[in-house]
Write a protein that binds this ligand. Structure first.
Ligand SMILES: [Zn+2]
Length: 241
C-alpha cells in the first residue's frame, strides 16, 4: 500500500515535470523569438520588449496565447503603427538611428532631421522604410553616415531621393525595386556599397557615380562586387576636376 502511494507520488511528479517541459517548449514555439507587436528579435528570458514595451509572456496553451494576442497585442499594434519616425540610440548613446515602425499609415514625404534631442542622427536603420509604398520623397540630412540594408527596399513610389555627401556606407539591397527614381547620384564619400543595392532597377534609371570619369572606372570602385547585381540601371561616371 505504502509502495503504491510512493509510486503514485512519483508518477504525479513526473507528470508535472513533463508538462512543465512541454509548456516551455510550446511557449517558445508560439512566440517564435520575435515580438508580436514590432517584430523585434527577442531573447526568451526578457519580460518586456525593449523596442515597443510590449510585455512578453509565456503560455501554457494555445488558448492563453490567443487571449494574449487579442487583449494585449492587438491594441498595441495600432498604437505602434501610428508612431512617427522612431529614434534609436546608437554609438554608446551619443547618436541616433532612425527607423519607421510600420509600412502602413506612412506619410508620403519623409524628412529626416540632422539632429534629435541634441544628438546627431547618423544612421538610417536596416529595413527602416522597407515596403513603405506610399513614400514619394525622402530628405536625407548631411549628418547621415550610413544607409542600412533594405533601408528603402520596395519603396515603389519613391521618386526623389538624394544621397548626401558624407554617407560612407550603403547596405545590401538598400534601394531594391525603387523603380520610380529616374536618377540617383552616389557621392565620393561612399566607401562601402553592399550587394544588390539597386536590384530591380531598369535601363531607364540612371546611377551617376561621382569621382569616376567613365562607366568602366565607376564599375571598378572596390565596392561589393555584386553591388550592381540584378540591376539594369545605366551607370555614368562623373569626373570631378
Ligand atoms: Zn516589440
Amino acid at each position: 500500500m505504502s509502495l503504491d502511494i510512493l509510486e503514485q507520488a512519483k508518477n504525479s511528479l513526473r507528470g508535472q515535470l513533463t508538462s512543465k517541459q512541454n509548456m516551455t517548449k510550446e511557449s517558445k514555439q508560439i512566440m517564435k523569438n520575435n515580438c508580436p507587436v514590432c517584430n523585434q528579435n527577442i531573447d526568451s528570458s526578457i519580460e518586456v520588449c525593449p523596442r515597443c514595451d510590449c510585455p512578453i509572456e509565456t503560455f501554457a496553451s494555445q488558448e492563453d496565447y490567443k487571449d494574449y494576442l487579442e487583449k494585449i497585442v492587438r491594441p498595441r499594434i495600432k498604437e505602434w503603427e501610428e508612431r512617427g519616425i522612431e529614434y534609436i540610440l546608437i554609438n554608446k548613446d551619443t547618436a541616433y538611428e532612425v527607423r519607421r515602425p510600420s509600412a502602413t499609415n506612412v506619410e508620403t514625404e519623409i524628412i529626416i532631421p540632422a539632429e534629435h534631442k541634441g544628438l546627431p542622427v547618423l544612421s538610417i536603420g536596416d529595413g527602416a522604410f522597407s515596403g513603405c509604398a506610399k513614400i514619394t520623397s525622402i530628405t536625407i540630412p548631411h549628418s547621415i553616415k550610413r544607409i542600412g540594408c533594405w533601408a528603402f527596399a520596395n519603396c515603389t513610389s519613391l521618386a526623389n531621393a538624394t544621397i548626401p555627401d558624407g554617407v560612407t556606407d550603403i547596405g545590401a539591397y538598400a534601394f531594391e525595386n525603387c523603380t520610380k527614381i529616374s536618377n540617383i547620384i552616389i557621392p565620393l564619400s561612399v566607401s562601402c556599397l553592399g550587394g544588390f543595392a539597386f536590384s530591380g532597377w531598369t535601363g531607364s534609371q540612371i546611377i551617376d557615380v561621382i569621382g569616376k570619369k567613365d562607366e568602366s572606372a565607376a564599375l571598378n570602385m572596390g565596392w561589393d562586387n555584386s553591388w550592381l547585381k540584378n540591376s539594369k540601371a545605366t551607370i555614368r561616371g562623373m569626373h570631378l576636376d
